[in-house]
Design a protein around this ligand. Sequence first.
Ligand code: ZN
Length: 213
Amino acid sequence: MTPYEQLFENNKRWIQSKTGTDADFFKELSSDQNPDYLYIGCSDSRVTAEEIMGLGPGEAFIHRNIANMVNNVDLNVLSVISYAIVNLKVKHIIVCGHYNCGGVKAAMQSKDMGILNPWLRGIRDIYRLHKQELNAISDIAKRYDRLVELNVEEQCVNVIKTAVLQLSYLQTGYPVVHGWVFDIHTGRIIDLKIDFERILENIKDIYNLTGED
Ligand code: ZN
């Protein structure tokens, strides 16, 4: 059996493991979804969203792209955020980066990355905004780790800049936005404890889209 064919064997075993403990598992799974979490993470194969959080099918709405970016002209991520808030009414939006992120490292290389140039340009912008702090970190690996954290914080701010988030929070008090880093060396999830309320308040001068003060 090839590794590719093995996938279907794995699938059969997975079905057996689910129905073995709950005969109605797929009946319930197919009826609806009601996740409390929207997770926006990196496409990196080592950062398996549900697995690291201990969540199963139906428990998290997931969006992954290179370097967990929330780009304001990316219809994909913006549609996901809108659907998660308006239709699924998620309580928490998590932006999760990870140390050793190849996307973050690639963003800082002095070479033409093709289509990745515009995708990763936002990371160079974040570096420019925090150049003093980052350049003061002599250990290059630690400097990239810090850039990973700063990127997560900035992508959280990008979520908070959307009208759909602002309106929902004003009306319902949800969702709350969180910034995490997955420490790939230990498996630990680190909550960056971004101050959601303060960020929302601070950006209101310029990015308020609710029509309310
Ligand atoms: Zn990554």
